[in-house]
Write a protein that binds this ligand. Structure first.
Ligand code: AMP
Length: 120
């Protein structure tokens, strides 16, 4: 895809050039533990196709793939036993968000009482 950096760290993880701790995988999606967890559970869920950002994914991916992605995020949160006590989803988008890796991903964060996000 034009503009997609094939050398971003998640592209390398998808090509198995860099290891990760996989928690879920299917033909469209990979989920793995964040290398610098900010909570006891911190998992990143990525589509295997090359989407730069949430905006890119939500405009270019097929409706089926978008539905499959978000249903899978929900299933992973459930499998991680986060459903009862709750969790946070984060998709940093663009420079003001602090987004570092230019491959669309959603953070699933939980396993403790999370702080207030105002001003975060
Ligand atoms: P952001 O782009 O700001 O939404 O965050 C990217 C996230 O990727 C950060 O939380 C990093 O800790 C995480 N990260 C960076 N490199 C790796 C890696 N090799 N394995 C797992 N997580 C990573």
């Amino acid at each position: 895809m034009m503009g997609y950096d094939e050398n971003n760290i998640f592209a390398k993880i998808l090509r198995k050039e860099v290891p990760c701790e996989t928690v879920y995988e299917d033909e469209k999606i990979l989920a793995f533990r964040d290398i610098q967890p900010c909570a006891p559970v911190h998992v990143l869920v990525i589509p295997k196709e090359a989407y730069i950002s949430f905006q890119d994914f939500s405009t270019r991916a097929s409706p089926e793939d978008i539905v499959h992605y978000f249903k899978t995020v929900s299933r992973i949160a459930c499998d991680l036993k986060l459903s009862d006590k709750g969790f946070r989803l984060v998709a940093n988008t663009g420079s003001e968000s602090g987004n570092m890796v230019p491959h669309f991903h959603t953070h699933i964060i939980g396993g403790k009482q999370l702080g207030d996000i105002s001003g975060a």
